[in-house]
Design a binder for this molecule. Structure first.
Ligand code: OMP
Length: 272
């Protein structure tokens, strides 16, 4: 999917919502456990009820691969039922020496047909560039993550006072363009989203951390929105576990709709 296709989806749906699919056998409604593929049944119901409000889905690979070969099968089936015009993110946080990254890219972009993958920048240009060689596919590079541990390395400043996450943003802009490179910027560091936006004015940001982690959607939009929205805001647990009963998919729909309505207001406020 191209950047302009993504932006036109955002305009059509008045939404920049990414629904995170983090299906955990211990958290999904108990009545699904007797189904042949509980994880798939759960995700299918969530996708069917939230697709009107979402412009992206982000299956978190850990929740599938923890179940072994059956989990990979569930993931493939989930990918197949996501509507064509919705952006898909493999949240896999990969990155390795070049020939290995090339095979990770093949796995997620060709064997499975994801539009994008989350990638760690730590091993540098040659670990990321194999992912950028695929037409119409995206790298979503970890820049400033939402967890407390992001302070351990990402916020450490160099001798000029520049934090590491800023060096990642600056350097990586030589590797890809706003047409194939996005950044992960956590919603829990509202005040810093504006700083990230100054360094990367055009790129899309994938923003996890609203909902269960407590980040504020209005702060994210205030500091992070650009002229083509430039934001995909993810909520996983806040949507998918809104209810643990038989009404879970309807409850997920309601939560997704609440976020979409707030997003509609923010798009009108900042983009007119
Ligand atoms: P909830 O906190 O349940 O909304 O889930 C957040 C999702 O985003 C999880 O799948 C995390 O793995 C992911 N995530 C973060 O929470 N923080 C980050 O900085 C980056 C990610 C990510 O790359 O998606």
């Amino acid at each position: 999917m191209t950047r302009s296709e993504l932006f036109s989806q955002i305009q059509q749906k008045s939404s920049f919502l990414c629904v995170g699919l983090d299906p955990d056998l211990e958290k999904i409604p108990k009545h699904l456990l007797s189904e042949p593929d509980p994880i798939f049944s759960f995700c299918k119901a969530i996708v069917e009820e939230t697709a009107d409000f979402a412009v992206a889905y982000k299956p978190n690979i850990a929740f599938f691969e923890a179940l072994g070969p059956k989990g990979w099968e569930s993931l493939q089936k989930v990918l197949e039922i996501i509507p064509e015009d919705i952006f898909t993110i493999a949240d896999a946080k990969r990155g390795d020496i070049g020939n290995t990254s090339k095979l990770y890219a093949k796995a997620f972009f060709e064997t499975m047909e994801f539009d994008s993958i989350t990638v760690a920048p730590y091993m540098g240009a040659d670990s990321v560039s194999p992912f950028l060689e695929f037409q119409n596919k995206w790298v979503i590079l970890l820049a400033l993550t939402s967890n407390a541990g992001s302070a351990d390395f990402q916020l450490i400043s160099d001798t000029q006072g520049k934090p590491l996450y800023q060096s990642v943003l600056e350097k990586s802009q030589d590797w890809g363009t706003p047409e194939n490179l996005m950044y992960v910027v956590g919603a829990t560091r509202g005040e810093l989203i504006g700083e990230v936006r100054k360094v990367a004015p055009e790129h899309f940001f994938l923003v996890p951390g609203v909902g269960a982690q407590g980040g504020s959607l209005s702060e994210v939009a205030k500091y992070g929105m650009n002229s083509t929205c430039g934001l995909l805001v993810n909520s996983s647990r806040g949507i998918i576990y809104a209810s643990k009963e038989k009404d879970f998919a309807k409850a997920a729909r309601r939560e997704a709709q609440v976020l979409q309505e707030e997003m509609k207001g923010l798009l009108e406020k900042y983009l007119g």
